[in-house]
Design a protein around this ligand. Sequence first.
Ligand code: GRF
Length: 218
Amino acid sequence: MNLKFAIALSGRGSNMLALHDVIAAMPDKASCVCVIADKDCLGLQKAKELGLDAHHVSYKELGKDAAEAQIIACLQEHQIDFLLLAGFMRILSPTFVDAFPQKIINIHPSLLPKYKGVGTHRRALDAGDTHHGATVHFVTAELDDGPILSQAAIPIQPDDTEDTLAARLLPAEHWLYQTVVNALITGDLAEENGTYQWKTAPHCELSDVIVTDCPIDR
Ligand code: GRF
């Protein structure tokens, strides 16, 4: 079985690179069949440099409905198993989400259900939280709301700024998303009676990172 992944992004593409590493490491079990960007961004360039089938679908020129229709057609043509959102800054319509039930996965830089939407690092600092983190979850029609696959948390330091916190979280994000995708490929995270279950709970060796297969309450 070869799992087919697509990746969607809007920015610098560091999560896309991390995902590509894990998918490319198991070529007999998985492949990245296409990368889609909603703008002409650095991540799109990096995907092209890797030789991936990378497309710019311009929401600006096409409008949301036509852009989504083009992406849906591309994903259906490739018969993807999973679409990985990696910094894709568009909200998917219910039509899009319904076309791929339990197939669209997102990484969000907060410990959901805290801080849905944007400005998550600032909001965690303003709230005086002890920890911040990232969540990998299935996408549903509600923003940043679908079933959680895993979370990683890091401690907030007293002198943290929005930028230092984002920079310290990023390696944990990469590790977390790679761990989830690796587990999907190996079968360590698999569907059982309609929901995805871990066979072995994820464990992280990165210093200071707490990881779970369920929401972290901090
Ligand atoms: C990441 O922080 C991700 O959690 C958020 O957008 C950012 C994307 O960064 N959804 P990159 O483009 O993967 O470097």
